[in-house]
Design a protein around this ligand. Structure first.
Ligand SMILES: NC(=O)CC[C@H](N)C(=O)O
Length: 418
């Protein structure tokens, strides 16, 4: 991939990736037509492209998949982390084939079109990944025109004008608009999500009619409450900075009932829901750019001494709240096989990761214990405060590549709640 690619459109090109450096990478478009500017990052997971595309933490980014065959199991309504995709687009090696999977209900091309997301195939994704590894994640524009009409100089200008993720607050753009009671447990073959709704709350937000009322009577509930009758589940109030639904499903699996609050909720509002524990979600953008709505509120919540658990952006925000610093990583960590060492006993967890910022271990203040580190680069992957009353991890225990290596974190948190 030369730095000064001549602007000559190859025959049949209907898609292009243009980098802020002026590099032009031609391919074939699929999904929606149009153009979108953001950061180009790579993801090494071989499966889970729908979960990845719908993870709100990918807002502002387009994803180069290193696995060459993306889309061959189609799209279904279950493998989603939010109602709509948040990644700007996908960059893949092979053209998307006809789906072949018993769960598929839609071609990936149609799903991308339906959700207004741009796809680009026929790209030398290994070369692009090596470029990102060598020079860092670039800003770029992904564009698709079925007629092959591209104004390349204008696209280069658009890529240059995009300000970059550093300093960009995106959590505020993807958070829930209002609070809601979460319903739904983890997915299971033969059950789906439908039969795994949480057992009824006793009053409080999200209470009311039993969500099990419309479940088929002859189906055993695969996710019974620890008490059997399901009325006394500890209450987790989750602050949504761009949360993945599987986090809430796993909190339910671990025995909690969950109420989700917008990122802008004040400490007073959080406490008015009478939480037994507080959860800080993942989310997109620069943690240090979240402004007044996040870190000061987390400081106030820490002072209540209630158990607190954070994942990814939630981890970074907790670290900022206790006085540590975060920095932008060179290329970031995105994949489903990232080994993480748990320092308490030396065990290794195979984790899923998606982050472009990291907590600087050297800035952790006294009293904050580093609990996990990446075995790829030694970067911080977990902290705990007050003997574990508040803790957080940089990786995604809900994404289960291990597959259950990290579920203990949900059990530990819910187990701490009265
Ligand atoms: N998955 C996440 O929560 C990502 C956190 C943050 N936006 C980062 O890129 O590091």
């Amino acid at each position: 991939m030369a730095d000064a690619t001549p602007i000559v459109m190859p025959e049949g090109a209907t898609g292009v990736l243009v980098l802020a450096s002026g590099e032009v990478i031609w391919g074939r478009g699929f999904g929606a037509e149009g153009a979108a500017a953001g950061e180009v990052c790579f993801h090494t997971a071989m499966t889970g492209y729908q979960e990845i595309m719908t993870d709100p933490s990918f807002a502002g980014q387009m994803i180069c998949f290193t696995f060459p065959h993306i889309g061959n199991v189609g799209a279904n309504p279950d493998d989603i982390e939010a109602d709509n995709p948040h990644a700007l687009g996908m960059i893949v090696r092979e053209d998307v084939t006809e789906p072949s999977n018993f769960r598929s209900v839609q071609h990936l091309d149609a799903w991308m079109k339906q959700h207004d997301r741009i796809g680009l195939s026929g790209i030398d994704t290994r070369a692009l990944t090596r470029r990102i590894r060598g020079k860092g994640a670039p800003n770029g524009v992904i564009a698709h025109s079925a007629e092959g009409k591209f104004d390349i100089p204008a696209l280069i200008e658009q890529a240059k004008a995009w300000p970059g993720l550093e300093g960009m607050d995106l959590a505020i753009t993807v958070t829930a608009e209002t609070h809601y009671g979460w319903e739904g447990g983890v997915w299971r073959l033969g059950f789906g999500y439908e039969a795994e709704k949480p057992l009824p709350f006793r009053g409080g937000v999200g209470g009311g009619a039993s969500p099990l009322d419309d479940a088929p009577a002859d189906r055993p509930h695969p996710n019974p409450s620890p008490e059997g009758e399901g009325l006394d589940r500890p209450h987790v109030v989750a602050i949504d900075y761009g949360s993945k639904h599987n986090i809430f499903r796993n909190l339910v699996k671990a025995g909690a009932k969950v109420t989700v609050l917008p990122a802008t909720a004040t400490a007073e509002q959080v406490l008015s829901f009478d939480p037994d524990g507080i959860f800080l979600s993942n989310g997109p953008g620069d943690p240090a750019a979240t402004g007044d709505y996040a870190v000061p509120v987390i400081r106030e919540l820490l002072a209540t001494k209630k158990p607190l658990f954070g994942i990814c952006l939630g981890h970074q925000l907790l670290a900022l709240a206790v006085g540590a610093q975060t920095t932008k990583m060179f290329q970031g960590h995105r994949g489903a096989n990232h080994p993480v060492k748990r320092l308490s006993d030396g065990a290794v967890e195979i984790t899923s990761m998606n982050h472009g910022f990291a907590v600087e271990s050297a800035t952790l203040p006294a009293g904050v214990v580093e609990t996990h580190v990446s075995l790829f680069d030694g970067s911080n992957c977990g902290i705990e405060i007050d003997g574990g009353r508040a803790f957080s991890v940089q990786y995604h225990p809900e994404a289960s590549p291990g597959p259950q290596d990290s579920f203990y974190l949900f059990e530990r948190f819910v187990g701490m709640l009265k």
